[in-house]
Design a protein around this ligand. Structure first.
Ligand code: 5RP
Length: 232
């Protein structure tokens, strides 16, 4: 996805979603980064926002732009959360967590009156799963938890393998101190069913399936930005 399209999607989301005085959830990743830039620009122009970042990277970026930050503990509810995604399907179910931030992203999305995604067509799929499913797992007995997740995949007829995420030769550790695994799979026919199974696995802190959370996708292309809403 070109940087130009990421910025276009972020601009359209800002135009449609933002009103001075709002409490915002700030997503994570190279697309969400553009939205954080725009919030910073609006604050310099005199608008007011109070924001909850979904990762340490976003917190640092927002701080560097002078964006006022708070915590979910302090405000409890957010007006709108704007984030990127790794995949979205026609129902606007998402796979998130390519940046290992899906736990905080989901906590913020769940406490937002509205969650919207900014993306381009490379994130649009008929069925979720070409992007491996991010999984945040506590370090204690992590391979046992990974096996339980593989069983959950198999129980739903999904061919899957759960692999620890490694970067530069070292295990990826989330902002919360947990390990990141990825569930390579052959497609997720029923995201809600898989999410329900995964929700029941002790040791799996959070998975990257976002079902029923996204209200709209701002989808940028060379023709402009389309606003996609969930189809049944
Ligand atoms: C981070 C995420 C990101 O939103 C997702 O990975 C998309 O990132 P990018 O905009 O860089 O493609 O879920 O955990």
């Amino acid at each position: 996805m070109s940087d130009h399209l990421k910025r276009l999607a972020a601009e359209k989301a800002a135009e449609c979603e933002l009103r001075s005085g709002m409490k915002l959830g700030l997503g994570t990743g190279s697309t969400a980064k553009h939205f954080v830039d725009i919030v910073g620009e609006r604050i310099r122009l005199g608008e007011h926002y109070l924001c909850v970042p979904t990762s340490e990277a976003t917190r640092k970026q927002a701080e560097s732009l002078g964006v006022p930050l708070t915590t979910l503990d302090q405000i409890g509810e957010i007006d709108v959360c704007v984030d990127g995604t790794d995949e979205f399907d026609p129902a606007l179910s998402l796979i998130k967590g390519g940046g290992a931030a899906h736990l905080r992203e989901k906590m913020v999305a769940l406490r937002s009156k509205r969650m919207v995604v900014i993306a381009d067509a490379s994130k649009k799929v008929a069925r979720l799963g070409a992007f491996s499913l991010p999984l945040e797992i506590v370090p204690f007995a992590h391979s046992v938890t990974a096996q339980a997740i593989e069983k959950a995949f198999a129980g739903l007829g999904i061919k899957g393998e759960v692999r620890q995420r490694v970067k530069d030769g070292a295990p990826v550790v989330s902002d919360n101190g947990n390990l990141i695994y990825d569930g390579v799979n052959d497609g997720i026919p029923d995201p809600a069913a898989l999410a329900a199974k995964l929700d029941g696995i002790t040791g799996l802190v959070e998975h990257g399936l976002f079902v029923g959370l996204c209200s709209a996708v701002y989808l940028a292309s060379d023709a402009g930005v389309a606003v996609i809403t969930p189809s049944a």
